[in-house]
Design a binder for this molecule. Structure first.
Ligand SMILES: [Zn+2]
Length: 365
């Protein structure tokens, strides 16, 4: 009897020690950067790597596949996908931060700020566009961008970099708001530094700047017209401003226009957008090598264009790209992870499960 009792105790101790060792082997991240390549399926990533504009994708050590369907359709849109990451809940296409019954959901930026983390959003579209919007706003339709701008200006967000100036200014100040509110003046009074061009963004004193909104174009960025609008530079400034917080930060960086070029079935322009995205990945990965407590995730909201890479004319070294749609497809998208806690992001999962995994890292700290 006594022998059996000892054996039980020994087994229990072994299990507990095992759990402890396992828990210790996965380092929890202090900060998280979530990169979204809008419309970036497996073929888009493959095309970037093979055309020598995607080398940083090869630096990720963990990952899996994400199934992207929404609650209303097997083919999702950016709004439903972004809501799934931000809340851990699947919702209908076009919904921003609300559930199927249009009830407001708790958003990722709220979870993060409750824990004292700093938060930031970067996009190459208007910052009120679906993907960034779902992290800070709750509206029943994604097109309500004036309302999204208002909620964004009143949210807990610390850093905003993107386009979409027109949604923040009233008509008298050359914007398009009809309620007469100048949201940028309102944000200034809440300690925000307001920036209108890349030069001023790059010369910000990162030690002294706590909150910043940089609206660098009237609508979405036009990178061809303004090549200084580099996602990599924006990512670098953002990390240096946000990383002053001892409690860590959450930053979302979106390459918004990979999707738009894929909608146009424009392979060359899509690669141009992927190159910009890849350089931003490089900045974060380099930073993670010096700061071990940083987790970097890369994924997409859906694939766009139904891109297939077929045998090219030069059999040894090129693809013949074929598009099957001008819309989104239902192909699963890649999930790549590097840095602290990246082991927690392996396997095949639904998109809302990915959201819940990110939120649980923020909640359980
Ligand atoms: Zn799209």
């Amino acid at each position: 009897m006594q022998f059996k009792f000892k054996l039980y105790i020994q087994i229990i101790l072994t299990i507990l020690v095992g759990i402890e060792v396992h828990a210790k082997s996965i380092e929890k991240p202090k900060s998280i950067i979530l990169f979204i390549g809008d419309g970036m399926g497996v073929s888009q990533v493959t095309a970037a790597i093979m055309n020598n504009v995607g080398s940083n994708f090869m630096r990720f050590t963990n990952g899996g596949l994400v199934l992207t369907s929404s609650s209303s359709s097997w083919i999702t849109d950016s709004a439903a996908s972004a809501t799934a990451w931000s809340t851990g809940v699947k919702t209908y296409n076009k919904a921003i931060g609300v559930d199927d019954d249009k009830n407001d959901l708790k958003l990722l930026v709220d979870y993060a700020s409750e824990k004292g983390m700093s938060t930031g959003l970067i996009a190459t579209s208007s910052i009120t566009h679906a993907t960034p919007a779902a992290f800070v706003a709750s509206v029943d339709l994604r097109k309500k961008e004036f309302e999204i701008a208002l909620q964004m200006s009143e949210s807990e967000i610390d850093l905003i970099i993107g386009g979409g100036l027109k949604f923040f200014l009233p008509k008298v100040d050359k914007g398009e708001r009809r309620d007469g509110r100048n949201l940028l003046n309102e944000m200034k009074s809440k300690n925000f530094t307001v920036v209108y061009d890349m030069e001023d963004l790059m010369s910000l004193d990162r030690e002294k700047t706590e909150k910043v909104i940089a609206l660098l174009s009237y609508k979405a960025f036009n990178k061809r017209e303004n090549p200084s609008l580099k996602l990599a530079d924006m990512t670098k400034v953002a990390i240096e401003i946000l990383d002053k917080n001892e409690k860590g930060f959450f930053l979302m960086v979106e390459g918004s226009q990979i999707d738009w070029e894929a909608h146009d079935n424009d392979y060359k322009e899509m690669l141009f957008q992927l190159e910009d995205f890849n350089e931003a990945l490089g900045v974060a990965l380099d930073y993670a090598e010096t700061k071990k407590e940083l987790l970097i995730l890369v994924t997409a909201d859906h694939e766009t264009g139904g891109l297939t890479l077929l045998q090219g004319r030069d059999k040894s070294r090129e693809f013949n790209e074929k598009w099957s749609t001008h819309g989104h497809s239902g192909s699963s998208v890649p999930l790549l992870a590097a840095g602290a806690g990246s082991e927690l992001f392996g396997g095949v999962m639904e998109i809302d499960e990915l959201g819940r995994r990110i939120i649980s890292l923020i909640k359980n700290r």
